[in-house]
Design a protein around this ligand. Structure first.
Ligand code: IVH
Length: 697
């Protein structure tokens, strides 16, 4: 897409623009857009950025400023024009220029050899060239570019008609808003591809859901198709979707002269790549004859787990477009292409029973027990059903044949029960009314999907809380593990969290079964955990709705764990990402005497309750004063400014509330400034005011 020379030029221009910041001349607007498009391409298509995110943001803001002051300069393909400010209404139905057909499937070498024979017969020639590329497991889309501009994006729908999702497609930053098709004499073109979430984005998304006690999405494919139908483009943008474009289905050319690149499929992938699309140009490979094809498919299957995105097979296409035309299609699929499906990560099995597990917050999780089946190399026997609603929605019954899926490293889930295979012997699943461990009554809060055991001393909850405390993401006490927690609990050595730090090592030695080395190891690791950073301890305490991210925010807002008990509901809510529900859970936690006792005990045992922040130096000039920075500072780095406050004993808050004394406002300050203006006791300082206050000029 960009030659080395162009890359150097654009880098040069980037550097000059960065030097001129914050204000860039309006006359440079097109050059600035080119620079931003180049960096979007480096970041989203090549995954090889050449500037820091912060630098990109500054340049982007400069472009926004120019366009705001000179609206006549705005172009539909400006990098600023991805973000829409209105919600999508109902998606309009649109006609595809060419029907979007499906693919025929093959599952093994024989199927491919068979298909190759049919192709050779149909084409009337031997030595056929095949182009092989991944089969992306996402949601299919079609894009139309007219006179180089993206004019329409649509879902597959029924193959003939789909939904117009142009606004949402514009949120996918690897999809160019304009591309120089005209350089190839193409005036209108329809291209097809697949939208998906990378495995990493998918995991991040599900982690967020789990933190909120919501059932995670089943797989990246569902996540992608769901995301494309969201009404709010801003939310779509945050999903960080990816789009692979792999097929040119229609084009109109100047003087009816198609470019030579479009004579072969591999040529069209290269052309798309050349124009800035994330096509599988680098993954594709062309073979003459079927043997190489088979090998390439098998190699890809072996490495599928190492790819950053999910694929469910490979697609083999006859490379020459004139031969494709000759072969034609059935009503269902083209004869010139076939999918080679990887080993299914789905299987059917019998649902034998449901166990009800009690979590550390008392949540009752139904777990399906199925006849163990191998799926994707792992034997699956237990599958979480998350909550009662899932059982109802899927209409599951004991004795049902169920379809189970396990995609990559995603946890297995039940897709559906096969109602048509029922014999009438199936039994309904009875959700318990009492805790299966301590028999206390279960309660379900208004608006919540989970039933909980409300007995805080329920042995199951106690054990789970300890398991969570020592776990890898919490205090990370290596060599402790779930099995030891259970064993020590049964032996009566470990009744609560402080008990971890008072284990009877002598008894352990007497009991046998523990080597001296493993005992010393355990002891050392437990000792080490005392100095884990505060955010780990906060997460380890298992406050409901407080995941790792929130724990970090909390640790950063205080100097000592006990300070959290001083924060009002309002102050908690002013913290980043802390909503009403989370704030009230934290607030309740610190108003429970048992929790206060627990924290006191942990402090006596020598755990670090202090935040990582350095103790105030000097005379503590700012002690008792709180600060918050917003917008872009010009003279100081944000971190320097914050350090200035802290070394003088001042406190940094992460949100605007009545506890805030000073809001320091940089450029382009947003909602925090507006909010602060409404609270009279907050003093608003400019960067210069702040520097003066710190004794500078
Ligand atoms: S070619 C007429 N290539 O798989 C051309 N399809 O199971 C038909 N898919 O509907 C499509 N990766 O949504 C093609 N590299 C790829 C693909 C691919 C994923 C999807 C596509 C298609 C479905 C068929």
């Amino acid at each position: 897409m960009y030659t080395e020379q162009q890359t150097r030029d654009l880098q040069g221009r980037t550097a000059s623009f960065l030097q001129l910041l914050p204000h860039l001349p309006a006359g440079d607007v097109e050059a600035l857009r080119d620079v931003l498009r180049f960096h979007e391409y480096r970041y989203y298509v090549l995954d090889a950025p050449l500037v820091a995110d912060y630098e990109y943001d500054q340049l982007y803001k400069a472009l926004e400023a120019i366009e705001q002051q000179n609206p006549a300069l705005i172009r539909p393909d400006s990098p600023t024009q991805r973000v829409a400010n209105a919600l999508n209404g109902a998606f309009a139905t649109v006609q595809h220029l060419v029907p979007m057909l499906s693919l025929d499937n093959s599952y093994n070498a024989e199927d491919l050899i068979d298909w190759d024979r049919r192709v050779r017969e149909g084409a009337g020639t031997a030595g056929i060239e095949y182009c092989v590329e991944p089969k992306f497991d996402g949601a299919s889309i079609s894009l139309i570019y007219e006179n180089d501009l993206l004019t329409r994006g649509a879902t597959r729908g029924d193959g003939v008609q789909g939904d117009d999702i142009t606004t949402n497609i514009r949120q996918i930053r690897s999809v160019p808003l304009s591309a120089r098709f005209s350089a190839y004499g193409i005036t209108q073109i329809e291209i097809r591809g697949e939208v998906l979430l990378t495995k990493k984005q998918f995991k991040a998304f599900n982690d967020k859901l789990t933190e909120q006690n919501l059932p995670p999405l089943a797989n990246p494919r569902n996540a992608a198709s769901g995301s494309l139908r969201i009404k709010d483009p801003e939310i779509v943008r945050k999903r960080n979707l990816e789009a692979f474009l792999y097929h040119v289905s229609y084009h109109i050319d100047q003087n009816n002269q198609p470019p030579a690149e479009l004579e072969t499929h591999s040529g069209s992938l290269d052309l798309l790549w050349e124009l800035g699309f994330r096509s599988p140009a680098k993954e594709k490979k062309v073979f003459t004859g079927i043997e190489g094809v088979i090998q390439y498919c098998q190699d890809f299957e072996a490495g599928r787990d190492d790819l950053p995105y999910e694929i469910d097979g490979m697609v083999i296409k006859v490379n020459r477009l004139d031969l494709q035309e000759k072969l034609g299609m059935t009503t269902h699929h083209p004869r010139w292409a076939i999918a080679y499906k990887f080993k299914a990560r789905q299987a059917t099995s019998k649902l034998r029973g449901v166990e009800f597990q009690v979590g550390r917050t008392g949540a009752i999780t139904p777990v399906a027990k199925i006849d163990p089946v191998p799926i994707g190399g792992v034997v699956v026997g237990s599958i979480s059903l998350f909550n009662e609603d899932v059982i109802k929605e899927k209409d599951l019954k004991i004795g049902d044949t169920v379809l189970v899926e396990r995609a990559g490293d995603v946890i297995p889930y039940i897709v559906k029960s096969m109602a048509e295979l029922r014999t009438g012997e199936e039994q309904p699943i009875q959700f318990p009314v009492n805790c299966p461990r301590c028999s206390s009554a279960l309660a379900r809060e208004e608006g919540e999907a989970v039933w909980r055991c409300i007995n805080i001393d329920c042995p199951a909850q106690v054990v789970e809380r300890i398991i969570h405390f020592v776990s890898k993401d919490a205090m990370d006490i290596r060599s402790f593990g779930e099995a030891n927690v259970r064993k020590f609990y049964e032996l009566g050595w470990l009744q609560d969290i402080p008990g971890i730090y008072r284990l009877p090592y002598d008894k352990m030695r007497q009991l046998g079964g523990f080597g001296e080395k493993s005992i010393t190891n355990l002891q050392t690791n437990i000792e080490k955990s005392k100095s884990q950073p505060l955010h780990r301890l906060i997460f380890a305490l298992g406050i409901r709705y407080v995941g790792e991210t929130t724990a970090k925010t909390l640790a950063q807002s205080v100097r000592h764990l006990n300070d959290l008990s001083l924060l009002s509901l309002e102050e908690l809510q002013s913290l980043e990402d802390v909503g009403v529900k989370v704030a009230s859970s934290i607030y309740q936690f610190f108003r429970n005497q048992a929790n206060i006792e627990l924290i006191r005990e942990l402090e006596t045992l020598g755990l670090t309750l202090q935040s990582e922040k350095k103790a105030p130096l000097g005379d503590g000039l700012l002690s008792g004063q709180s600060f918050l920075f917003t917008g872009t500072l010009n003279r100081l780095k944000r971190s320097e400014a914050e350090e200035m406050v802290e070394t003088r004993g001042g406190k940094l808050l992460s949100g605007v509330s009545s506890k805030l004394n000073y809001l320091v406002v940089g450029e382009d300050a947003g909602s925090k400034l507006e909010k602060a203006r409404k609270i009279p006791q907050i003093q608003i300082l400019s960067e210069d005011d702040f520097i003066k206050m710190m004794g500078g000029e």
